[in-house]
Design a protein around this ligand. Sequence first.
Ligand code: FAD
Length: 286
Amino acid sequence: MRYEAPESLETAIALLARANGEARVLAGGTDLLVQIRSDVLDPELIVDIKKIPETRAVAEEGGGWRIGAAVTGAELGEHARLKRTWPGVVEAANLIGSTQIQGRATLGGNLGNGSPAADSVPALIAAGAVATVSGPEGKRDIPVEDVMLGPRKLSLRKGEFIVSFLLPPRPKGSGDAYLRFIPRTEMDIAVVGSGVSLTVDGAGVVTAARVALGAVAEKVLLVPEAARAIIGTGLDRAARERLEAAARAACRPIDDKRGTREFRTEVAGVLTRRAALIALDRARTR
Ligand SMILES: Cc1cc2nc3c(=O)[nH]c(=O)nc-3n(C[C@H](O)[C@H](O)[C@H](O)COP(=O)(O)OP(=O)(O)OC[C@H]3O[C@@H](n4cnc5c(N)ncnc54)[C@H](O)[C@@H]3O)c2cc1C
């Protein structure tokens, strides 16, 4: 196995594009190294992207935020302004693993691992985040909901990797939230995860919303019907019931020892309602 740690995007892309056998990007390694050590993967080439400056920066851009794909959860949690603007995205990233894992795990790795239960992905999708990807044919932007196709399957082409994420500008009166259900208090994989982002006008009416669900299908789902259920409402009881029903209707989960189909579907509705109420509360104070 060959290990390379290039300092530029161009070198990383060239290495990945030229690889004959399996090539993998390495960010924090909290998924990749576990998979290599347990013989799930045996890549011929590992390209560590942490020395590439574009993957490590957090900066305001065009009124929004650009977050490098190799920025760690701990670094996001320490970024007070980003946390104020996108509390749901940061809380989702900060749910990943333990203190030790937080020092390594990245948003790019969470999405790149291709797990339908990845915690930061529903929050990024709810936020309307776009992944900026670079490869041999140049740079392209992909909405985060279109990056993952299914378990361990991404829409990235050979030689491409995620360089950064762009979170859009945030109108006044906006809030987001992410909640997950796990059988214990931490260090577990989401049985269901729900991310909600919304904007309210001066009268408290929801003018825009996005809802995303994790661990209830083969990939993290954007659920436009759930957003439509609350747009134009003040999240009154009837709207909350429609939201729950729309979230449940979108679920097509697996049935396993961690949660039955019925349980996951039920919890998806409950978590989405709760996340929407937290997002609403945050929107009112912003
Ligand atoms: C003890 C423990 C607890 C965990 N708890 C959670 C949890 O609560 N929630 C959760 O969601 N996950 C959890 N995980 C999984 C893991 O920590 C996360 O998925 C993490 O975000 C992966 O990031 P990383 O930087 O370590 O990725 P890596 O391990 O470096 O990479 C993961 C995969 O993504 C690819 N990749 C990495 N960066 C990119 C990129 N920029 N572009 C394209 N592909 C890329 C790699 O090639 C690899 O296939 C846990 C893992 C451990 C070991």
